[in-house]
Every structure is written in C-alpha cells, then in structure tokens.
Write a protein that binds this ligand. Structure first.
Ligand code: AMP
Length: 206
C-alpha cells in the first residue's frame, strides 16, 4: 500500500500518518523528519537546507527529492505512508515515475484553524512524536510520553513562519492536488474535526 497524505501545515498529516502506519504496519516517511535529521547531524546536505527550513521554504528540491526517494528505496520500496512529500509538481511527477500511489488523501482544513494548531504544537526532541498543548497534551509537562525526551517547539512553528508556509503551500503544493485529481486517486477529507473522526474517514477510504 503506497499512500500520500497531503494538506496545509497543521492539517494533521503527521498525526494521521502515525495512526495509519500503526494500524497497517507501514513505514511512516516524513520528509520533514528526514531533513531535520540531516540538519541535526550537521551533514553538508543538512547545512545546505537549514536556512530554507527555518523560513519554511522549499529549497533545493532536486536534492530533497533524491534524498526522499533514496530513503524509500532503501527502507520501504513496497509500501509506505508519505507525509510532507510530494510538496511540488516536480516532486509528484518524479515520485510517479517509480511509485504507483494508490490514494492521495487530502486533509482540507480552514486557514483560521492552522495557526491555532501549529503554535500549540510541541515535538519530542528525541523520537519526534508530536503533541499539542490543548488537543493532545503529554502526561508530564514538557516530557514525551513515549521516550521521556524533552518536548520543544520547532523553530519553524512560529506565527510568522507559519504564514509564509501557508503561502508556499498555496503556490507550490496546491497544483499537486490537481495532479492526483487528474490521476483519479485524490480523496478529500474534512480535516476541521477531531483526529479520531478524521482517522475514521481515512479508514473508510483505504
Ligand atoms: P514539515 O515537517 O513537513 O512541516 O516540513 C518542515 C520543512 O522542511 C518545510 O517547511 C520545508 O522547508 C522542508 N521540507 C519538508 N518536506 C519537504 C519537501 N517535500 N520539499 C521541500 N522541502 C521540504
């Protein structure tokens, strides 16, 4: 099963990908996590992309596409849930060249909801698990329920960067919706509701 989750920042791609992977035993491929790991490890590639990521921009997408596709080929060529990739038409077309996506699930969320969701988001600095201060708080303040790592706010989860990310989403990622619509695999879901309701909708599709 090869699935893509697509939508604006804060639509719940990470949460829903995690739930889907757990349910079906699929690998969760988050391009953001792959790139953040490069930045954290201080690799030459990580140094190159950091400034783009801090601003919420797309950056050198040929290199990014190559990194994500290599990750797929190495770890999970036969099935995955993709989160944050493809983000541009170029990425969608390149992915389509080698992988047959069975469904691109579009989590459609209202713009006014986005800022609220993202600024309350806290991420585990050790395992990457995501919490929300209001909607899914950790049991212990500032500590990850899974691995006891420290919860931090991502550098690009500030109000100013989020506005930039939404603009980039509209310009670069919305054409990807049309790409999958034309292929007949786009499935749109109302993502303004609670995570368990969204997940049920996704299950009805897959
Ligand atoms: P995310 O964790 O998906 O919100 O991604 C965080 C940041 O990583 C984005 O704002 C981009 O700067 C970068 N990024 C993640 N995925 C991609 C991608 N598919 N193409 C280009 N940049 C990406």
């Amino acid at each position: 099963m090869k699935l893509v989750l697509i939508g604006p920042p804060g639509c719940g791609k990470g949460t829903q990908s995690g739930l889907l992977c757990k349910k079906f035993g699929l690998p969760h491929i988050s391009s953001g996590n792959i790139l953040r790991a490069e930045v954290q490890a201080g690799t030459p590639f990580g140094k190159k992309i950091k400034k783009y990521m801090d601003r919420g921009e797309i950056g050198p997408q040929e290199l990014i596409t190559k990194a994500v596709l290599e990750h797929i080929d190495k770890n999970c060529p036969s099935g995955f849930v993709l989160d944050g990739f493809p983000r541009t038409l170029y990425q969608a077309e390149t992915l389509h060249g080698t992988h047959n996506i069975v469904a691109a699930i579009y989590l459609n969320v209202a713009e006014k909801e986005i800022l609220k969701r993202i600024t309350g988001r806290r991420t585990c600095s050790k395992c990457g698990r995501v919490f929300h201060l209001d909607y899914s708080p950790p049991k212990k303040n500032g500590i990850c329920d899974s691995c006891e790592g420290e919860l931090v706010q991502r550098d690009d989860d500030t109000a100013e960067t989020v506005k930039n990310r939404v603009q980039i989403y509209k310009k670069e990622t919305m054409p990807v919706l049309d790409f999958y619509r034309t292929l007949g695999v786009l499935k749109e879901i109302n993502a303004n509701v609670a995570p368990d309701v969204i997940f049920q909708e996704i299950l009805n599709i897959v």
